[in-house]
Design a protein around this ligand. Structure first.
Ligand code: NDP
Ligand code: 2IT
Length: 451
């Protein structure tokens, strides 16, 4: 297996595809980074000759394991769990755990690769990792979810630790699952330590961690708008998803004077022409985290329009916040958003725009488009602050954590501008985030020598 020097994007990608067969999301994530990094390193032999990008695309290690658990009727179920430990050049592996039927090795490699750059942008000492299982929590009882989490952690616990690898939540893993996972870790390790983030406030969690990803996505949009002399106030906003990221994104938009027109789930989309209120967002949070119902129920409850099987991207608006999942905005949807006058996109979800959509937004130079690794970094940033608080055995106040979150997002915005500003003043936030994220990890890898 010969790794080509990163000189030519097509040739480099051919190698990545050949070495990682059947992992299209991983290829996509690497391509998105390599298209900015390969030109950048051409006159920087320290990165190019020492094959830093090639090394970054090989995870440090991938752990795959069997998870066996018993369902409520006594049937044994077998799932596959993973932890991708991508890169620990600048800190312990750090990244969420996803429970969704679509989870496989390639999916988690894409997420762990992205996470490495995102975590670098936060300025906090965190490497990149991601884990998960092809377990579908939908329709499962609390007890089933608990037994699954315990079985999953029974293997995972030997690979993680507060200075080794610190998991958190992602799709299908929220406060309930983190509680079960942390409880099982604590029991097996006989140690109470900061090994997971997103913990409840009673046992080592940080204020604002639940809210941080959604809030950060909105802060990033406000930074981009402010940089261009505008604000969120009064703007019509499309939000997709109705999980953790989407509901707190909607909440912060409402608080900042935006008008939230939509929410969605994997079955369909609700449209509220007059805007969704904070009380209605709270109702949706309860629907999704306690009753575990469908977004269509919000339409029945509040008289919103319900569009079965639809996503929000056809509704006229000013700003868009994809907060559900990968590749949820394709080329056609990007054209619709542009035609309808959407001016900004801040990515709450990981890799929610396809390559075609990204290039359409980039060609329309007035579009402010923040990539996930910048726009949703607020979640892992507050996870980093949770780790700091755990090490200090302290809990900071809500306002202190929120203020630090805002500062971190502002600094991410500034890094994007520093490396991404184009002639004429347009900011390529993708390029800026990729190069800024790369540089810190690359310099640390250089310092360690050949490994
Ligand atoms: P949740 O599980 O809380 O919510 C996920 C939401 O997205 C649900 O509304 C879900 O609908 C919808 N969704 C999931 N998969 C699909 C799909 N294949 N098609 C359509 N809709 C889908 O997850 P989060 O809110 O935590 O995560 C959302 C996104 O944000 C993900 O991309 C995640 O990686 C990213 N992210 C999360 C962070 C966090 O702190 N939680 C941090 C940074 C990024 P349904 O209920 O019908 O499945
Ligand atoms: O994608 C992400 O950044 C997350 N799911 C959060 C990771 C974390 O460790 O808080």
């Amino acid at each position: 297996m010969v790794v080509d020097k990163a000189e030519n994007l097509e040739k480099f990608m051919e190698g990545v595809v050949e070495r990682n067969p059947g992992e299209p999301e991983f290829h996509q994530a690497v391509h998105e980074v390599a298209m900015d990094i390969i030109p950048y390193i051409q006159d920087k032999p320290r990165y190019k000759d020492l094959r830093i990008l090639e090394r970054m695309t090989e995870p440090d290690r991938v752990v795959s394991f069997r998870v066996v658990w018993e369902d409520d009727v006594g049937e044994l179920r077998v799932n596959r769990g993973f932890r991708v430990q991508q890169n620990n050049a600048i800190g312990p592996y750090k990244g969420g755990i996803r429970f969704h039927p679509s989870v496989n090795q390639g999916m988690l490699k894409f997420l762990a690769f992205e996470q490495t750059f995102k975590n670098s942008l936060t300025g906090l000492p965190m490497g990149g990792g991601k884990g998960g299982a092809n377990f579908d929590p939908k329709g499962r009882s609390d007890r089933e979810v608990m037994r699954f989490c315990q079985a999953f952690m029974t293997e995972l616990h030997r690979h993680i630790g507060p200075d080794t690898d610190v998991p958190a939540g992602d799709i299908g893993v929220g406060a309930r699952e983190v509680g079960y996972l942390f409880g099982q870790y604590k029991r097996l390790a006989n140690r109470f330590e900061g090994v997971l983030t997103g913990k409840a406030l009673e046992f080592g969690g940080s204020h604002i961690r639940t809210e941080a990803t959604g809030y950060g996505t909105v802060y990033m949009m406000e930074e981009m708008l402010t940089h261009h002399g505008e604000h969120i106030e009064g703007q019509r906003c499309l939000v997709s998803g109705s999980g953790n990221v989407a509901t707190y994104c909607a909440e912060k938009l409402i608080a900042m004077g935006g008008k939230v027109l939509t929410l969605s789930d994997s079955n369909g989309m609700v449209y509220a022409p007059k805007g969704i209120t904070q009380d209605q967002v709270d109702w949706v949070k309860e629907l999704k985290t306690v009753r575990r119902g469908r977004i269509s129920e919000a339409a029945e409850e509040f008289g919103f329009d319900y569009h079965d099987g639809a996503e929000p991207w056809g509704i006229e608006a000013d700003l868009a916040f994809p907060c559900a999942t990968q590749n949820e905005i394709d080329g056609e949807e990007a054209r619709t958003l542009l035609k309808n006058g959407v001016r900004g996109v801040s990515e709450g979800a990981n890799m929610p725009t396809t390559p075609e959509a990204i290039s359409l937004f980039s060609e329309a130079r007035r579009m402010l488009h923040a990539p996930a690794k910048a726009a949703n970094a607020g979640g892992v940033a507050v996870s980093g602050l949770e780790m700091s608080q755990n090490s200090l055995r302290l809990q900071w106040s809500e306002s202190e954590v929120d203020e630090r979150l805002r500062k971190i997002i502002r600094s991410i915005h500034d890094q994007c501008v520093e490396y991404g500003v184009q002639s004429g003043g347009h900011v390529d936030y993708f390029k800026g985030a990729n190069i800024a994220g790369f540089t810190k990890v690359a310099d640390a890898m250089l310092a360690y020598g050949v490994m």
